[in-house]
Design a protein around this ligand. Sequence first.
Ligand SMILES: [Zn+2]
Length: 312
Amino acid sequence: MKTAIYLFLIISLNITPQKRICFTFDDFPHVYIQLYNDNFMKNSMQKFIDTLLVYRVPAIAFINEIKLYNNYGFENAKIVELVRMWIDAGFEIGNHTYSHKNLNLYPAGSFKTDIFLGEKITNRILKEKNKKMTYFRFPQLETGKTAQEFKEIKEFLRKHGYETAPVTMKNEDFYFAAAYSKANKQKDPAQMKLIAQDYLSYLPKFIDYFEKQSEFLFKRQINQIMLLHVNELNIDYINEVCKVFINKGYQFITMEKALSDPVYAIEETYYGSAGIPFLESKAIKTGIFYNPHKLKLFRGTHIELPKYLKKP
Ligand SMILES: [Zn+2]
């Protein structure tokens, strides 16, 4: 049935997928999990999973295990169940540290502890299937303030069997999602709809922006890796988000397949005060960043977010 729906979508949209993208969902099981009751979360997760299966999106989620415990430090079985639902549906899961710790704000030692704490429950569930987490995503994409810190953590991750999951398309969905959740709290469905429409019209421009960067740097479309968050907006509109990418000619792929693109063999050397996405770090490495003319061409037109969205 799901295959039939997928084929129908592909045929009806008259599209031959050529470009490839891996969808990654950070802050799993939900950015603001404390705001929702367990039943709501279970139903939302089921709906989310079902839609991803319809579109055959081999997504990977990056978990913060702190969200799997209650205020007394005990495991919350109903939240842990969400992790099991995700894994049982065949999706991948990676480590995003226990408490979403930002390496640039904490010493390397406490960051390592957060990596270990962040794999306890998930690896226990994965062990039943003879699997373990193998991908790691840095919170805020921040990889260390100094060369020493950067190298130390990179080596630590390698030793413990983790590969870093980069981001090429850094979505600003959290601005839309915060406004969307606020409108929902205020019981304002008209405003929620407006925000969702603005989000869906922002996405094609956002895709163009990063495609141009790929073309500028590599003269082709690389396998893209998209950062999304598990939030109310994406859960409600994942169907439409998938359609935007299909309309743009994308095929959904796994993290492993994405990383098989030779561009990811180029050694990552960027560290510093800001977490930046993959293409930008390559622009630094190749010197484009320091040539104002080339940088302007590389970055192209900045995508404006709607004025009502609060940016820090
Ligand atoms: Zn995160």
